[in-house]
Design a protein around this ligand. Structure first.
Ligand code: HEC
Length: 154
């Protein structure tokens, strides 16, 4: 984790669509947790574990639901309205307008999903150096002057 490239890490954060869902510093999407403070929370191993296998440990504020209907059909997403005769669920994390309503009479159960809304395999198109640049970029909390970006001295 030494001598890494800040700008390339930032580029990878965009290339792997992290910015689409995560806020970092003062930019990025809001569908996932803000990662600005992630530097203090994770070791590199834990951080990469979250990306490689997002469903292993789902942030409790972002656990989606699975609705099962009487006929066996299921709907995956986050419940936006539970009041009234129908349950409304947002089925596409990146598009709040994408909604499905299920009649309560047709509804068998609502349960927390074991599958994270964050897609796996986001790192599969990167080489090792790119993965390390991305990791140091996030773990530095976006601080360009962090020691991880200093050229190794010999
Ligand atoms: C389609 C949206 C989406 C994309 C793209 C995405 N994430 Fe996530 N990410 C989420 C959501 C939602 C969560 C919370 C659920 C969970 O913990 O699995 C999450 C959780 C995380 C966590 C755990 C944070 C916590 O508080 O538990 C990390 C770390 C993370 N993402 C990093 C990344 C990185 C790095 C990328 C790019 C390689 C990325 N994510 C791409 C949606 C996304």
């Amino acid at each position: 984790m030494k001598g890494r490239n800040f700008d390339n890490g930032r580029k990878m954060f965009g290339a792997a669509a992290c910015f689409a869902c995560h806020r970092f510093g003062n930019e990025g999407g809001m569908t996932g947790p803000d990662l600005t403070g992630a530097g203090g929370r994770y070791s590199p191993r834990d951080f990469l574990g979250q990306i490689i296998n997002p469903s292993k440990e789902i942030n409790e504020q972002f656990v989606p639901s699975v609705l099962t209907k009487n006929n066996g059909d299921t709907v995956y997403g986050s419940v936006v309205n539970l009041n009234g005769d129908t349950v409304t669920i947002n089925t596409e994390l990146s598009d709040p307008d994408q909604r499905v309503s299920v009649d309560r009479k047709e509804l068998k159960s609502i349960e927390p999903s074991k599958v994270s809304p964050m897609p796996p395999m986001l790192l599969s198109s990167m080489n090792e150096s790119e993965v390390l640049d991305l990791t140091t970029y996030v773990l530095s909390s976006g601080k360009r002057d962090h020691e991880m970006f200093r050229a190794p001295s010999r």
